[in-house]
Structures are given as C-alpha cells and as structure tokens.
Design a protein around this ligand. Structure first.
Ligand code: ZN
Ligand code: FE
Length: 250
C-alpha cells in the first residue's frame, strides 16, 4: 500500500511524502524544514528524493535532505546538470523502481525541457506540467510541445490521482470559468474548491478524469471554449496556445 502525505512548502508549493514498505520518497522538496517536520511527525525514514524538474521551488531542499538522511536523489537524467545532487537520472525508457514496483516516468517537456512526471501506484506527480485546473507556463517549450506532453498524460487511466506542484486551483478555476461558464462539472468543482480553500484545505489530489472534464488546458476541443475564443475552426494546438496566452495575462 502506498501512503501519501501532503507537505506544504514556501507560499503555495506542495511536496509529497510517499511511503511504501520501508521506502519513503519526498517529491519536489522546495525546502528542507517542512519535510524534516513531516518526517518527525510520521516517523518515516527518507530513502529517496524525487524531482519533477530543476526549478528551485522543486529541488531547493535536495542537498540538505540528502546530507541529513543519505537519501538518493532521482530526477530527469536529461537535466542532470541542473538538478542539485542528482544520483539517479531517469527517463521514459529507464523508468524507476520504488519498493520493488515499477514506477512509470513520462517525459513531459515544455515548462522545462527536462520535466518528467512520476507515476507511482496510480498516483501521478506532475510538478508544474499539469496543474489542477491548469497547466504550467511555457518557459522552455511552445504550445505544440506542451500539448504533446499533456496529451501523453491524458493516456493514463481516468482514475489516476493527480498531485501537482502548487496550490493554484482556485485562481485557475476562475480563469477556466471565463472560457467555459456553461460547464456544469466545472461549476460544481469550483464549489468544492472554494469550500476547501475557505477551510484552508488543499485541493489536491484530483483525478485525471475530473481534469479532462473541467481543466480548459485539456479541453481545446470544447465547443464552448472555442466559441469563447472565436476559434471554432482552429486546430487543437492553436486553441491550446490561445488559452495559454490568455492565462498568462489573466
Ligand atoms: Zn517550475
Ligand atoms: Fe514550481
């Protein structure tokens, strides 16, 4: 059985403690202190540090935690030079193994060139590629590249739990409603999101199935979104690119 603990870091980042058997990984530790506290609280012993990409708000805690616990750092092999203390470089062909079971590694470039998603036991750790109700900014890629990466994530089963790198759901949802005000699933989800945030609760995880129904970045084929954008006849990549451009200015 896989246990997952959310570890809030910095102002709106999430790291995740993932425990299975006698192995325990932290995904995207932006800083060491909250992870240290979570380890003390749970009594779990850190064995691995996983990074979805090289940005400091995802690996800033790498070196301290490695020094304190001896945990091995696992991240995108293609970005070895930019991941502090990387021990094990992985990619789609190598995958990885955690507590004796296969971990799927999906290469999802565009937010950064080396970005990866780890899929552990039905849980996708998507970093800043797929957010709940959003997607990451295109710092090192273009709309075509991000759409290809998101399409790859969409091939995972709908029941896949989505654990992303930031608590952005509420503002993402406000933007989503400007494009698709008639999406009943989106409206219902936003009621849940608003209630969770009012109670200072996290809005992760969601499921891939729910994202497909409500996340505009996975819905460039939506007739309502296309109408909102005046792009009824455009291709998916062009519509996706326009959604991303509008979100950048939202
Ligand atoms: Zn990032
Ligand atoms: Fe980030």
């Amino acid at each position: 059985m896989t246990q997952i603990e959310i570890v809030p870091c910095l102002s709106d980042n999430y790291a995740y403690l993932v425990k299975s058997g006698d192995q325990c990984a932290i995904v995207d530790p932006s800083e060491a202190a909250p992870v240290r506290a979570a380890l003390a609280r749970t009594g779990w012993k850190l064995t691995h540090i996983l990074n979805t990409h090289h940005h400091l708000d995802h690996c800033g805690g790498n070196l301290d935690l490695k020094q304190e616990t001896g945990a091995k750092i696992v991240g995108p092999g293609k970005d070895a030079a930019r991941i502090p203390g990387l021990d094990i470089g992985v990619d789609e062909s190598t995958g990885w193994e955690f507590d004796g079971r296969k971990v799927q590694v999906l290469e999802v470039p565009a937010h950064t060139k080396g970005a990866i998603t780890f899929v552990i036991d039905g849980n996708a750790f998507t970093g800043d590629t797929l957010f709940t109700l959003g997607c990451g900014r295109l710092f090192e890629g273009d709309p075509q590249m991000m759409w290809t990466s998101l399409s790859k994530l969409m091939t995972l089963p709908d029941a896949t739990q989505v654990w992303c790198g930031h608590e952005y759901t509420q503002s993402n949802g406000r933007f989503a409603l400007t494009l698709e005000p008639g999406n009943g699933d989106l409206k219902a989800r936003m009621d849940d999101v608003n209630a969770a945030r009012a109670a200072s609760k996290p809005t992760v995880p969601s499921t891939l199935g729910l994202e497909k129904k409500t996340n505009p970045f996975l819905r460039p084929d939506s007739a309502e979104i296309r109408k909102s954008l005046g792009m009824e006849k455009a291709g998916d990549v062009a519509v996706f690119g326009e959604i991303r451009a509008r979100k950048d200015k939202f």
